[in-house]
Design a protein around this ligand. Structure first.
Ligand code: FES
Length: 349
């Protein structure tokens, strides 16, 4: 398949790729995607899956046209496509010069490293979400919101899970993850049956371009299911560093039994510098229950009064992310200030 694609797109004179903000120009080899060309020239370029599902390589196309190996629209929202974003791992150049622009901070993220780790504790948070504490062989440096890949030694696949703790200045060795059980899932099946307790794991971290941006802009954070983990990391980091920001946290779950870490959220709220609003929203809570809070889709309960300097931090399944982006754009938050981690990269399996 790949050679077929290369036979189609690889013909013609060498093409040039200019990458901003580094402002470096490289010559592409025939058949290379933009991402492959950058990495082959030792240019750090955010990426992870390389198959068009994680959006880590999301890039704004400034000049030139590209062909899509797989449609960008599977992963990027319509708003992102309209704003000129592409996926560098799925883009073949069509013109002599292609100019792309990376997010300034994402262009300088540290590369992932390999760690040996061990599961030292587990604790059920809900009937299908487990808090898993992992001890790494040395401190892991990451940004609040990023994720790690975990693998049982000898198995082929890594699974991706967000750090649920705030990072520490000198790195963190004891790390928590919130892991949802997937029916029939090999990794989570072993995890939930305690087969992996005390067992070694391979960990690769940090990954991801979803992380807290600096500053004091108001924030709207929206979590769905196990998507709460990176937002707890972000909020704990802000609280721990006594940063003053107004924040609205929306947490979408199915029923009251699917809400978790409410004590942690209450603790964050009690020690928050600035205004903090917490809005849990239940989509499948029985009508006869004692729940008096919000019901329906979490994205239908985003308050309307955000200024255009606000930032959006979203983590959850694709329909929630897409609906949240649409709503935040309607409310005037620009696309450049909406950051998300969409569960399209194989986590939870
Ligand atoms: S690296 Fe391009 S979408 Fe994941």
């Amino acid at each position: 398949m790949r050679s077929f694609i290369q036979s189609i797109f690889g013909k013609g004179a060498p093409k040039q790729l200019r990458i901003l903000p580094q402002d470096v120009t490289i010559t592409m080899a025939p058949g290379q995607t933009l991402l492959e060309a950058a990495l082959a020239n030792d240019i750090p370029y955010p990426h992870d899956c390389t198959v068009g599902t994680c959006a880590s390589c999301k890039t704004r196309l400034k000049q030139g046209r590209v062909r899509e190996a797989t449609p960008f629209g599977y992963t990027l929202s319509k708003a992102e496509l309209d704003a000129g974003y592409i996926l560098a791992c799925q883009a073949f150049p069509r013109d002599e010069l292609t100019v792309v622009e990376l997010d300034v901070q994402s262009a300088t993220l540290p590369p992932a490293e390999q760690f040996e780790a061990r599961i030292v504790a587990t604790e059920p948070l809900t009937h299908d979400i487990l808090k898993v504490t992992v001890q790494a062989d040395r401190p892991v440096h990451y940004l609040a919101g990023q994720y790690a890949k975990l693998r049982i030694p000898g198995s082929e696949r890594f699974r991706c899970y967000s750090f649920a703790n705030a990072p520490q200045r000198n790195g963190r060795s004891s790390i928590e993850f919130y892991i949802r059980k997937v029916p029939g899932g090999e990794f989570t099946g072993a995890l939930f049956s305690a087969e992996l307790d005390g067992k070694p794991l391979e960990m690769e971290a940090p990954h991801g371009t979803f992380y807290l941006r600096g500053g004091d802009a108001p924030m709207v954070c929206i979590a769905g299911g196990s998507g709460l983990a990176p937002l707890i990391s972000i909020l704990e980091h802000i609280r721990g560093n006594r940063i003053q920001r107004d924040c609205t946290l929306l947490f979408g779950a199915r029923t009251q039994g699917d809400l978790y870490q409410l004590d942690s959220i209450a603790n964050i709220a009690a020690n928050w510098r600035g205004e903090f609003r917490f809005i849990p929203v239940l989509s499948q809570e029985p009508e006869v229950s004692d729940w008096t809070g919000a019901r329906g889709l979490v994205t239908d309960h985003i308050p309307a009064e955000f200024c255009d300097s606000a930032e959006g931090y979203l983590c959850g399944p694709p329909p929630m992310i897409d609906a949240a982006i649409t709503r935040l754009l309607e409310l005037g938050i620009p696309l450049e200030k909406i950051f998300y981690d969409k569960f399209t990269d194989g986590r939870d399996l």
